[in-house]
Design a binder for this molecule. Structure first.
Ligand SMILES: [Zn+2]
Ligand SMILES: [Zn+2]
Length: 262
């Protein structure tokens, strides 16, 4: 496994050396060699969401952000989520969507690094950005083997490195990829209604060693959040195992009807 990963890393870097670097998003030529096949202008074009959001789950809301009110969405008011708070960098569209695609489906792993910076920015939008551990939302082992990596784990590692590099209240937090595992290979959430999504992922996660998360403040990381059903099921497993609290950050927030959210 380690060998396969090492050879992929070599391949990723060879790829950038052998082929002339052109930006995968806007197709313009990139000056010099770069491990990231996206130009600086496109990386800068991914802007954080600046509108109103639900104070709980971070759902993007319509309305005037200047009002600075504390607002909750209908689901949060019903107590639908067990995680403390969730925040997403931006909408699942445009450049951000394209960057996530290149990481996830085209396997451009070096993209995790600039995307980790966006996540570090997002962490600061949580009310209490202090954590003991960072955990990626796990993929089922079958799916991870097929893809060769878990994009959420790459993002969690990049985020942790970013936070450790800053003078930040969350510096030096560890990433644990093995503390929450996916025990059921769920079908893609695409096309499912909210209630079906919750049922689809119910009981899909397990915490093999509860003592490792006991009373810990956890930060769950994923690339995209849609209805929140997946992160909620994951948070439920961690809280059942004794976690102190679970917060969530994702790069993007997608509409349930976005066809390519898996
Ligand atoms: Zn570009
Ligand atoms: Zn909410």
């Amino acid at each position: 496994m380690a060998r396969i990963q090492a050879s992929r890393v070599v391949w990723d870097s060879l790829f950038t050396l052998v082929f002339p670097a052109s930006c995968r998003v806007c197709q313009s030529a990139i000056e010099g060699f770069t491990p990231v096949p996206v130009c600086p202008a496109c990386l800068r074009a991914a802007r954080p969401y600046a509108g109103l959001e639900c104070a709980g789950c971070g759902l993007f809301l319509r309305g005037n952000a200047a009002l600075q009110e504390t607002l909750y969405c209908g689901l949060c008011l019903q107590g639908a989520f067990v995680f403390e708070q969730a925040r997403s960098f931006g909408r699942y569209e445009g450049v951000l969507r394209s960057l996530i695609h290149h990481l996830k489906y085209d396997g451009f792993r070096p993209l995790a690094r600039p995307l980790g910076k966006l996540l570090a920015h997002t962490v600061q939008r949580l009310d209490a950005p202090v954590f003991d551990l960072v955990l990626p939302v796990p993929l089922h082992s079958k799916r991870q083997r097929r893809r060769g990596f878990n994009q959420a784990a790459l993002l969690a590692a990049a985020l942790s490195a970013e936070l450790s590099a800053e003078t930040s209240p969350v510096s030096g937090i560890r990433v644990r990829t093995e503390d929450c595992v996916r025990v059921r290979d769920t079908r893609p959430q695409t096309g499912l209604r909210a209630a079906e999504r919750r049922k689809n992922v119910d009981g899909a996660f397990e915490v093999p060693r509860p003592e490792r998360v006991q009373s810990r403040r956890l930060l769950l990381v994923d690339d995209v959040i849609t209805t929140g059903a997946t992160v909620n099921a994951c948070a439920q497993a961690l809280l059942d195992a004794g976690a102190g609290r679970v917060s969530v950050v994702t790069l993007a927030r997608a509409h349930p009807e976005d066809a390519d959210v898996l």
